[in-house]
Structure formats: C-alpha cells, structure tokens
Ligand binder design. Structure first.
Ligand SMILES: Nc1ncnc2c1ncn2[C@@H]1O[C@H](COP(=O)(O)OP(=O)(O)OP(=O)(O)O)[C@@H](O)[C@H]1O
Ligand SMILES: [Mg+2]
Length: 279
C-alpha cells in the first residue's frame, strides 16, 4: 500500500501562483524531512525548469515519446539534509503534447506510480483552466489544492474548475489556498464567498488550507530563479508557506484504501452523462 500523498495544484484562472507555490511547498516539505517529488504537468506551458534556472535534457513527455522511465528524467533540486526534493520537468511548447488523451494519461500515471512510491509527497503542478488534461491529472491525485486570488475573475474561474471536475469525475474534495492577499481577513472573506456558492450550487464544501500574502520577494526569487523559501526564508511569503506545509502535514491522506492499493495516482474514468458540465 502506498504511503505517498499525491496532491495536484490547480486553478481556474492562469497566473495565480500555482507553480511558485508548488515549488516552495515542495521545498518546505523536503526541509521538514519529507521526501518530495514535483512533476510539471503543465504540458503546454511548462516552466518549473525556468523557476529553477535549470536546463533539463529529458522531460516528462519522453515517457510517451521514447518510453523513458522517470528515473531517466528526474532532476535533483535539493539533495542535502534529511530529505530530498526532486523534479520531473516538462517540455514547453510541444504542441502535439499540450493535450494528452486518457490512454496517454494512464501511461504517464503507470510510469510515475512505482517511482513516486519512494517519496512522501508527490506534487503535480497543473496547467490553468479546465482542459481535459488538467482535469484528468487533478482527478488522479488523492488531494487537490485550488489556488485562487481575491480577484473576482480568479474566484469565478476557480468555482468553474470545481464545478466541471465534480461533474465530469465526481470528485468533490478541494482544499482552497488564497494567494496574493493583503490581509488574512481578505483571505477568509475570499474563501467564504467561494464556499457559499459551492455549498449552494454544487453541494460541496471545500476546506480552507491557508493563505499567502502578496510579497515582492516572490517576484524577486522568480527573477533569481530559486525558491523564495531558500533565498528569503524570513519573508512573509516564506512564513505563510511554512504554515501551509505544517497544515498539510496534519492532514490524513484522503485516498480510499482501494486507491492506496493502486498507487499515488489513480486515473479516473469520465462520469457517464458528463454533459452536465456544459451547463
Ligand atoms: N504571493 C505572491 N506575491 C507576489 N507575487 C506573486 C505571488 N504569487 C505569485 N506571484 C506573481 O505571479 C506570477 C505568476 O506566478 P506563477 O507562474 O506561479 O503562476 P501560475 O498559476 O503557475 O501561472 P500559469 O497559470 O501560467 O501556470 C509570479 O511570477 C509572481 O510574479
Ligand atoms: Mg504555472
């Protein structure tokens, strides 16, 4: 039975901070002595390599193109201390691999599963929006973190993401992370508004995971191509990220026993009559 907790980091709207939060959450978890693997699943516009200033030779798409194994592709990010942080990067701009069909998703998940077993956490950085690929990866993990900002457009798109995932894959558990807030009250207010519409129209109750403040150190770290947790551990964003990681560690793995037998990633089939998602 797998011990690996699989988490997808998703959003309706683009540019809300998914990749930065995935990287820094992964960094924090590894510093807290939990082996962590990040997989860049933004197949069209992958950029985890850019956030780290590395130039990978092999990419996640090579699993499909040439049957490469994750161990041939993986890159070490942090390998000192008690636990490691590794990355499976993806290639950006490969138009024919921007969208994966369900057979390809299954191949990728089957290849990743045995490899990911050696980690405590598997974090998938997913492309923004409700593309079939984003939805399939999000449905395959045991937990989903939906990133929103207090912007109304980010909230409505986040709501749309949950609506479509629930309709298509019958997935109803979501953790909400509110990014780029000025105050914790703003974060709580954003979550409450989202939660109210979810309860009313989708009959689901997302859980508040936490918030990250708007912090100029995030952009500074992006420019320096290293995690802000590493460069600016005393910054507000780093303190928030620490709290998020501590919150995650307190959570039980929500996967069912059957899922745990199958591995950290379990591709789901589309719910029949999923056209409700179009309404
Ligand atoms: N907490 C924050 N404080 C300040 N700026 C932030 C914060 N989080 C994200 N940003 C800014 O938002 C930009 C976009 O972040 P990021 O690339 O992580 O978003 P994304 O959701 O992964 O985007 P995409 O949907 O394109 O994949 C960052 O380069 C940074 O400038
Ligand atoms: Mg991104």
């Amino acid at each position: 039975m797998t011990k690996t907790k699989s988490i997808s980091i998703v959003s309706g709207k683009g540019g809300v901070g998914k990749s930065n939060l995935t990287l820094n959450l992964g960094y924090t978890l590894s510093r807290m002595e939990h082996n962590t693997l990040i997989v860049d699943c933004d197949m069209g516009l992958a950029n985890m390599d850019v956030l780290l200033g590395i130039a990978p030779e092999k990419h996640m798409q090579d699993i499909l193109i040439s049957g490469d194994k994750p161990e041939d592709i993986v890159m070490p990010i942090v390998h000192e201390g008690a636990a490691k942080l590794d990355l499976i990067p993806a290639n950006s701009g490969l138009a024919s691999f921007a969208e994966l069909d369900s057979a390809s998703i299954s191949i990728v998940c089957s290849a990743l599963n045995p490899f990911a077993e050696e980690y405590d956490y598997l974090l998938l950085d997913i492309g923004a929006g409700i593309s079939p690929t984003a939805l399939s990866f999000a449905a395959a993990t045991s937990m989903r973190i939906l990133v929103v900002t207090p912007e109304p457009t980010s909230m409505t798109n986040g709501y749309a993401f949950m609506k479509v995932l629930t309709a298509k894959y019958d997935v109803s558990s979501f953790y909400i992370l509110v990014n780029q807030v000025e105050t914790l009250t703003e974060a709580q207010h954003t979550f409450n508004r989202l939660c109210t519409v979810c309860e009313r129209f989708l009959r689901l109750k997302p859980t508040f995971l936490g918030a990250v403040h708007n912090d100029p150190k995030v952009l500074e770290a992006v420019r320096m191509q290293r995690p802000f947790m590493e460069l600016f551990p005393q910054s507000q964003a780093s303190k928030d990220c620490q709290s998020l990681a501590k919150g995650l560690l307190r959570l039980e793995n929500p996967a069912t026993e059957e899922d745990l037998e199958n591995g950290p990633l379990v591709p789901r089939s589309l719910r029949s009559g999923d056209e409700t998602a179009q309404k």
